[in-house]
Each structure stands twice: as C-alpha cells, then as structure tokens.
Design a protein around this ligand. Structure first.
Ligand code: PAF
Length: 288
C-alpha cells in the first residue's frame, strides 16, 4: 500500500495522535526529498522501532543561504512517494504551512553550530534546528531517525531535543555508501561523471585516516594532513578537513594528540557541488 500523503500540519498531527491512541509507536524520518537508498535505510531503521512510520518531505527554505541551491534542489514528490513502500505516512507541506505569516520563532544551538560547517553556512543550522523542532512538535512522542553523514546536524538535533525536553528518541544511522565508497547524498545528482570520480577523494581520505589510526598514529595534524592530501587531489576547493572531538565538535589544534575516538570531518566542493563526509576513527564504518 502506498503511504498516505498529508499536506497540512493539522492533518499530520492528527495521524500521529491517532496512531498513538491505537497504542502504536510513531517513527519519523525528516527529509528534504530526492530520496535515495540512504534515506530508505533510515525508513527501514524507523520501521524496526515504530509501527507507524512517517517521512517528512520539505525543502526547508530557512536552512539555505543566499546563493545556495534552494531553487535547484531536486524535487520529485511522485518519485519519492513511489520509493516509500515501507512508510505509512508522508507529510509534504507547503512552505507557507510551515512558516505562516507572522512566524517569528527561531531555534539556535550556537556552540555546536559554531564549528565545522557553521562558519561556512551562516544561519544554516538555525534553519535546520527551527524546522526540526517544528516537525518534532507536530509528530509528538516518537522515535526520529537521522543519518550520520550530517554528523553536526545530528549532534545539534540531539542537543535541542535534550534542551527543549522534546518527547523524541533520536537515533543516528550509519552513513550509507555507494559500492565504491561515495557517501550517498541527494546532491550527488549534481555531479558529472568526471566529478563523481573525483568525489571519491573524500571516502579515500577517511579510509587513509582510519589506516593511520589503526597503525597507532594519534597526531591530529598528521591525520588531518593525510586526509587533506587525498581530498585535494579531486576537490575544486576545501571548506575544511578537521579532526575534532566527537561530542563537542571542537577541532583539535595542531600538535594535539587525538585521544578517545576522534571525528574526522570533511566539507569540500567538487565543481560547484558541496559534499560532506565523516568518520569516527576506531569505530566500524558500517556504511555499506
Ligand atoms: O538532513 C536533511 O535532509 C535536512 O537538513 C532536515 C533534517 C530534513 C531538515 O530540513
């Protein structure tokens, strides 16, 4: 059975409330559509934890900065619906339903948002935190699944759920990769064949860091430089390559030794497409 499509916040809230009234656990997978196998893995994961699984599809304008790809972001609701056999409900609101006239509240998680992507995308995480808070407020008590490719986003969402006492259990899902290692992303659709090959530098860089780590390398600069070397072979420009604390996201300075399990995070452009990837060293990369 195809999922039930709802367009208004009121209808979405009602379906979630009705499910809980029947004693069902609700799961939600927030997305911006253009669904790929990575998203579908999040839906399957949600289905293992909840009886009624809702997928939200909303290209959230407040998380795009001026000059970013809001207008050309891929949109294909019919195609997305056809892929969502496992979901029960799809909530695909208009922007005016999520941000009606008079809307004036924003959610900020400033310290976590100040690292990694934050300085390169001013306002982005405020937009993400705001829309996710709205979506979780509509869903009500539930389990919510997010991908670990957007590691910083996941950390920010965990923080806001804790700080705002939202009745949400947040689950992170391992990165889903193409067979050659490229992390799945809706933005991969922008890559030409030649750029697609160059994009493999990100996962290769992370694999190189993992190899060095396994051989006992702990120097943050050595690890970072090795990743940067690999990424720079194919990247048009690099926003950052960081070795950071996996909880606070604070980048380790040159000369620091990476204790525990450091996060290695990359953001770069291949042509005009901005790609992200990350890995927590010493943890299995169960991304396949
Ligand atoms: O990761 C995404 O697709 C978006 O940032 C999210 C969480 C759906 C909020 O718009």
């Amino acid at each position: 059975m195809p999922p039930t499509l709802v367009r208004t916040p009121t209808d979405f809230r009602r379906l979630c409330d009705d499910a809980r009234a029947r004693g069902e656990r609700v799961g939600v997978v927030p997305t911006m559509g253009a669904l790929h196998a990575g998203h579908l893995a999040l839906v399957s994961h949600a289905k293992r934890h909840a009886k009624l699984v809702a997928v939200t599809i909303f290209v959230n304008p407040t998380q795009f900065g001026p000059g970013e790809d809001l207008d050309r972001y891929p949109r294909d609701l019919a195609g997305d619906m056809a892929k969502l056999a496992e979901a029960d409900v799809v909530f695909a609101p208009e922007a005016t339903a999520m941000y009606p006239s008079g809307d004036d509240t924003r959610v900020r998680v400033p310290t976590l948002a100040s690292h990694l992507c934050g300085p390169f995308r001013p306002g982005h995480f405020e937009g993400v935190a705001t829309v996710v808070t709205k979506l979780l407020a509509l869903t009500g008590p539930c389990v919510a699944v997010f991908g670990r490719k957007d590691y910083q986003q996941l950390a920010i969402i965990r923080r806001l759920v804790t700080d705002l006492f939202l009745p949400t259990e947040v689950l992170g899902h391992p990165i889903v990769r193409e067979p050659d290692g490229l992390a799945m992303s809706s933005r991969n659709a922008y890559l030409s064949k030649e750029e697609r090959a160059r994009a493999l530098g990100l996962s290769r860089g992370l694999a190189r860091a993992e190899e060095l780590w396994a051989h006992g390398e702990r120097n943050a600069k050595t690890l970072r430089d090795a990743v940067r070397d690999e990424v720079s072979r194919g990247a048009t420009s690099i926003d950052y390559v960081e070795v950071a604390d996996p909880e606070s996201l604070t980048p380790l300075p040159d000369g620091a030794l990476a204790g525990g399990r450091p996060l290695v995070a990359i953001a770069c452009r291949i042509g005009t497409t901005r790609l992200l990837d990350n890995r927590v060293l010493g943890e299995p990369d169960e991304g396949a």
